[in-house]
Structure formats: structure tokens, C-alpha cells
Design a protein around this ligand. Sequence first.
Ligand code: NAD
Ligand code: TYD
Length: 346
Amino acid sequence: MKHVVVTGGCGFIGSNFVRQQLAEYPDRQIINLDLLTYAGNPLNLKDVADSPRYSFHRVDICDRPAVDAVLEDLPGDETAVVHFAAESHVDRSIADSGPFIRTNIVGTQVLLDACRHSGVSRFVQVSTDEVYGSLGDEGWFVEDTPLDPSSPYSASKAAADMLVQSYCRTFDFPGMITRCSNNYGPYQFPEKLIPLFISRALDHERLPVYGTGKNVRDWIHVTDHCRGIDAVLASGQPGRVYNFGGAAEVQNLELTKLLLQLLDRPESLIQFVADRPGHDHRYAIDFSRARTELDWSPQVTFEQGLRETIDWYRSHQDWIDGIRSGEYRNWIDRQYGERLEPDTAS
Ligand code: NAD
Ligand code: TYD
């Protein structure tokens, strides 16, 4: 594959994927389409921006002529598309689902039509285990688990997955779907649990744990997820779904205590706040299909990945400071506002 078009390449996972592709495939051109919403940060790719094998287009995936203009310059039979662009934060989807319906559903439909028209050879829809809904204390999601989304975010991702599936069946479209558990690692926007808590704890700010903190998430390092997407791009079967997970299930409260310990901060920073509405109890992934069909398994252990992630945030204070102003400050005030007690340092 000579050309890989990445949507949402300035976000967390997309930027890690772009960097990985440029490093692993010296003959590949990477074309990044990103609208640069609040979550898209060109600094995430500052180190590769000047590469002759990388190009960036500020494009809204809902804008068909703009997407066509990029794709029409590329040979369909040598072009693959990896679709990351999305509104991605559950709490924001609860506050306002409009942008989620627009980008995640309409944007995916527009992109699919543009890709069909230009005849791309492969299309990977980067989805989430959240489309399966919530597990009890036992069991795992498999690829055939019925879709049962709880939040507007996961509902919009489930709709997008179904559109991809329908294009595969109806138009023989070469689409594949990946469903992954919670990612963590460098360049994650500090609204999600791990980077939010690391950045706040570094500043001696309170950590808002929803409900009892007993909810369980499975954590995967972003580089393992990117290797999984790359494996699907290389040898996934059109029409097929692939689950990816980190084999690292942890309760939120346990994770928060571990973060505080690694950051050398007191547990008194923990503050329990009102639960998220519709909060899924537990996610856990059976990734045996990826293991047997793609020879994939996660390589980064959770504790090692967490230590490296903390080091990354510690050494990228400028990156955090650049984000923690303006729109970000407004979001934190709206979302947590008076629920949080004053910082311990103030
Ligand atoms: P992110 O919020 O960090 O990045 C999203 C990117 O998409 C940003 O660069 C943003 O500017 C861009 N974007 C948003 N709307 C756009 C539009 N209309 N047109 C073009 N670009 C647009 O998200 P992320 O955490 O990197 O997630 C990437 C993908 O992976 C998403 O599809 C998400 O559903 C999926 N996913 C995420 C996780 C996770 O734990 N973060 C887990 C599984 C799957
Ligand atoms: P999050 O990072 O938003 O990912 P997702 O909702 O996609 O799983 O949240 C991870 C878990 O952490 C989830 O159970 C909600 C919880 N959480 C908190 O307890 N406090 C917070 O401030 C945030 C953002 C999340």
C-alpha cells in the first residue's frame, strides 16, 4: 500500500498511528485529514510535520467536495483509509450529542461514499468496545456480542460501524472494523481519565472519581492498539470485525490510587463526585480472533506503560499548558465546576 489516508491524525491515537506508519514503512505516503477541533493538535505531529512522506489537509470529513479533492489525486488501488476522526469523549456526548451525530455518523457516511467513489482498496473503521454496552462482573466482549450502546458517543460509533458493515454487504466495500478497549499513552487529551488525573495530580488538584469508583475498564497502550490497526490494514478480511484489548482490567479507584502512588501524591486528593449518567459498569475484551488470525497480542504491560506515560506527561508540561487554557478550562468548569473542592495547593 503506497498511500495511507488517515482521518483524525492530529488526535491522540491518530497521531501515534501516523508516527508509527512513517517509522515502519519508508515507502509509504501518509495523508492526514483533520478538522482540528478542540481535540486535534498539530503539535502532536510536530516532529514529523516536515517529512516529505507526510501531508496535512485541514478537512471536515462531513464536507464531501473537500474529501473528494484529496482522494481524487490518489490511485484507488494503492490507497487505504484509516478512519479515526470522531468526537470521542463520553461526557461531552452527554452534555451535547449534536457534534457526535454529525461527525461520527454523517461524517462516516460521507467518507464511505467518497471512498467508494474513488475506489480505495482498504478501509479501516477505528471503533470501540463501548458499542457492546456494559458487562457485569463476569465475561468478555467477543466480536459477535450484540451492539447495545449506553451513551450518545457509543451509539454514534455503533451507527457508524453498522454503516461500514452495510457498505461491505451492499456494495462489496473493502471495509474492516476494529473495536478496542480504553487507550492510554502519550498525546492523550487531558479530558480522559488517565491524562486528566496525571495532569491534575501533578498540579496538586483534586481527582474527581465518578460514583463509587468500582467501574472497571480494560486498558491498552496506544502503541499496541496502533500495531493492531496496522495488522488489520495488512491482513484483515473485508467485512470482518476485530477486537483489541490490553488484558489489563482495573477498577477506577484502584487505578486512581496507583497513579497517586506513582506520582507521589496523597490519596486525600481523591474526591468522589456524582456518577456519570448511564455509566457502563465494566468493559473486558476477548481478543482471541486478533491473536489467532493476525498474530497480535498486547506487548506493553500496564504498570510499565503507566510509568512511561507519567514520565511523558511530566516532561511535556508545555504541551499540557498549551491545552489547559481557553476551551479546555471552560469544559472543566462546566463538567466539574462546584463539585470539586479547592485544590490542596491553593
Ligand atoms: P481524539 O478526540 O483524541 O481525536 C479525534 C480527532 O478527530 C481530532 O484530531 C479531531 O480534530 C478530529 N476530528 C473531529 N471531528 C472531525 C471532523 N468532522 N473532520 C475531521 N477531523 C475531525 O480521539 P482518539 O482518542 O484519538 O480516538 C480516535 C478514534 O479511536 C475515535 O474514532 C474513537 O472513537 C476511537 N477509539 C478511541 C479509544 C480511546 O480510548 N481513546 C478507544 C477505542 C476507540
Ligand atoms: P474515560 O477516560 O472518560 O473513558 P470511557 O468513558 O470511554 O471509558 O473514563 C474512564 C473511566 O473513568 C470511566 O469509568 C469513567 C471514569 N471517570 C471518572 O471517574 N472521573 C472522570 O473525571 C473521568 C473523565 C472518568
